[in-house]
Design a protein around this ligand. Structure first.
Ligand code: ATP
Length: 199
């Protein structure tokens, strides 16, 4: 049986929706985004290093990270973005590995899902046994993003365009989850894949 599955896909492709279906089937879900956020939270292990490198100016008065400020700095400078990733990456890997091992030990018969939007961008593929990529045609993705986040089409398009191309991600996917239609269509695919990995 496959134990650890990486779930990835573009913005608003349906990863959270798929995670929730999988939870309903009995999977344990590790949320990589939540882990990354905790690492840079006040008292989090990566925050000290970020302060040392980027300066006190990227923190608020109360010591919390000013994500917007740091974001503006790194997204305008590829070298600084690389540096930030170098700081956070080892912590992310360590924490995800710890969680996977902890769940493996505690629940020896449960499937573990690593829900990670940046699984491929951050080279986390080796942490999982199989990769599921959630895909949607761009116009569907755009519509869902506009609706969910209440943003205009221009902004939504920009966010989609800033991402790694889907065609590149497909090279790493063992299974493609087609989320172009309704939820019943999505659920049926998840169920079929679930049956395959748990049999
Ligand atoms: P992000 O990476 O931005 O957090 P995500 O990949 O987790 O997004 P979801 O939040 O699961 O994506 O889905 C995006 C939006 O599309 C949500 O509002 C969700 O309810 C809706 N959605 C997802 N799948 C379907 C579907 N098959 N039919 C209709 N709406 C859907």
């Amino acid at each position: 049986m496959t134990r650890v599955i990486g779930l990835t896909g573009g913005i608003a492709s349906g990863k959270t929706t798929v995670s929730n279906i999988l939870k309903g089937l009995g999977a344990i879900v590790i949320d990589a985004d939540k882990i990354a956020k905790n690492l840079v939270a006040k008292g989090g292990p990566a925050l000290d290093e970020i302060e040392k490198y980027f300066g006190r100016a990227v923190l608020f008065e109360n010591g919390e990270l000013d994500r917007k400020k740091l974001g503006n700095i790194v997204f305008n400078d590829a070298k600084l973005l690389k540096k930030l990733n170098e700081i956070t990456h080892p912590y992310i890997i360590e924490e995800i590995t710890n969680e996977i091992n902890r769940y493996k030990k505690t629940y020896n018969d449960r499937v573990i899902i690593l829900d990670a939007a940046l699984l491929i961008e951050q080279n986390l593929m080796y942490l999982v046994e199989e990769i599921w990529l959630v895909v949607t045609p761009e116009e569907v993705q755009l519509g869902r993003l506009i609706e969910r986040d209440g943003i205009d089409a221009g902004k939504a398009k920009k966010r989609i365009d800033a991402q790694m191309p889907l065609e590149y991600k497909k090279r790493y996917a063992h299974r493609i989850i087609d989320n172009s239609k309704d939820l019943a269509y999505l659920r049926a695919q998840i169920q079929a894949n679930w049956d395959r990995v748990t049999e």
